[in-house]
Write a protein that binds this ligand. Structure first.
Ligand code: FAD
Length: 375
């Protein structure tokens, strides 16, 4: 029987879209050019709303990763942390997450073909391995450089300044149950616990000439933690900046996950947004209302995009970064509210005005200013 959907790209988001569509009674084929389990440079932290989609899809990764309670920001002796208002995040090796998704997709009746690149699409047809498969919908889940997007004639995303992300694992036990984001003038280093004896470090920077060992040297607290720890994977890099797409639905084609635009890896939201979009897409296709998906996509991405822009502009100037950090330390509730807004559990209206005023006061207090600051 011809599938209703051919999902091009069997990464986490493509598999989630396929499972969500199967749950709604659709026949689905997933095609990926690589053999599983597929690895990819990633910080490997799934935010709570992403964990909740995994659970909805019947994936309960207990014992396969490390739960984390919230986020900690740190720079040069200053640090602030906040716990999530609901649920927990999950640090998990990419290959382990991929295998869990594949196993569950198989159980739900998703057909999968691995090691077969899709070479062309036309209205209601997908070409792979010299064959042509007919379907009602082609789903482009083929990642940041999506060819489905190009073949479908959908406008390329507008790109923000490009940053790269390098990721490497180290044999060192997690030292915190928070995901840590360390800041400096070169970028950010994100620390995610992924097992009881392994930690994932990803470094996000515009300085493409630097390699992982040189980048780690730039973050003294992390360097100290990693002293004597052996790397347990090769360092791998990828582009990690934001890109925005206006339209993610075309004639018989819809895009999802990174193929439909990206948020800077600093947000730690790429997987969670893609997983949420996967469910919204399956709902819209099952109802035969693709416009609903277009609207949901815009809604799901709005806040993380704003937060990414905010964090990156604050991150650019050391004096501003440190003032914000001091403000957050003095009013740590504000950091908790920001995290709640970022993950979609709170809105700007929930922020207590007294704490906000205290945060602003501390930011502009004379003794918060660094040497050389005006004020
Ligand atoms: C350095 C870095 C750190 C990150 N950290 C985090 C983090 O901590 N948390 C988080 O949530 N997100 C993070 N992200 C983002 C996250 O990795 C992505 O958002 C996520 O991988 C997107 O998944 P996807 O399924 O859309 O795409 P992908 O994982 O890229 O999957 C696309 C799939 O399509 C296949 N494909 C491509 N072309 C074809 C073709 N022609 N035919 C068949 N198959 C094809 C590929 O083989 C691949 O398997 C990070 C990203 C980077 C770069």
């Amino acid at each position: 029987m011809a599938p209703d959907l051919v999902v091009v790209g069997g990464g986490p988001v493509g598999l989630a879209a396929a499972m969500a569509a199967r749950e709604r009674g659709l026949e689905v084929l997933v095609v990926d050019r690589e053999m599983p389990p597929i690895d990819k440079p990633c910080g490997e932290g799934v935010m709570p709303e992403g964990v909740s989609v995994l659970n909805q899809l019947g994936i309960h990764p207990t014992g396969q990763g490390v739960p984390f309670r919230g986020i900690r920001f740190a720079e040069d002796g200053l640090a602030v942390e906040a716990a999530f208002t609901a649920g927990h995040g999950l640090g998990i090796r990419r290959t382990r997450l991929h295998q869990l998704l594949i196993d569950r997709a198989g159980e739900t009746g998703v057909a999968m073909r691995w090691g077969e690149p899709v070479t062309r699409i036309s209205r209601g047809r997908v070409e792979l391995g010299g064959r042509s498969v007919a379907c009602r919908w082609v789903i482009g889940a083929d990642g940041r450089g999506s060819r489905i997007r190009r073949w479908a004639g959908l406008r390329a995303p507008s790109n923000a300044p490009r940053r790269i992300g390098l990721r490497q694992h180290f044999s060192v036990a997690p030292w915190s149950d928070f995901v840590e984001v360390h800041w400096n003038d070169h970028g950010q280093a994100v620390v995610t616990p992924v097992s009881s004896e392994e930690t994932c470090i990803s470094i996000l920077t515009s300085e493409a000439r630097l390699r992982m060992p040189q980048l780690v040297e730039l973050f003294p607290e992390i360097r100290r933690r990693l002293e004597g720890a052996a790397p347990s994977s090769e360092a791998r890099g990828a582009l990690c900046g934001s890109s925005v797409m206006r339209s993610v639905v075309g004639d018989g084609v819809a895009l999802v996950g990174d193929a439909a635009g990206t948020v800077d890896a600093l947000t730690g939201e790429g997987l969670s947004l893609g997983l949420r979009e996967a469910v919204a897409l399956a709902d819209a296709i099952a109802l035969d209302k693709p416009g609903k998906y277009q609207a949901a996509h815009r809604r799901i991405r709005r806040m993380p995009r704003v937060m990414a822009r905010l964090m990156l502009s604050v991150g650019e100037r050391k004096s501003l970064r440190r003032r914000v950090l001091r403000g957050l330390i003095s009013q740590s509730r504000i950091f908790a509210y920001m995290l709640g807004m970022h993950t979609g559990t709170l809105s700007a209206r929930d922020v207590p005005l007294g704490a906000l005023a205290g945060f602003v006061r501390e930011m502009f207090a004379r003794d918060s200013f660094e040497d050389g600051d005006v004020g």
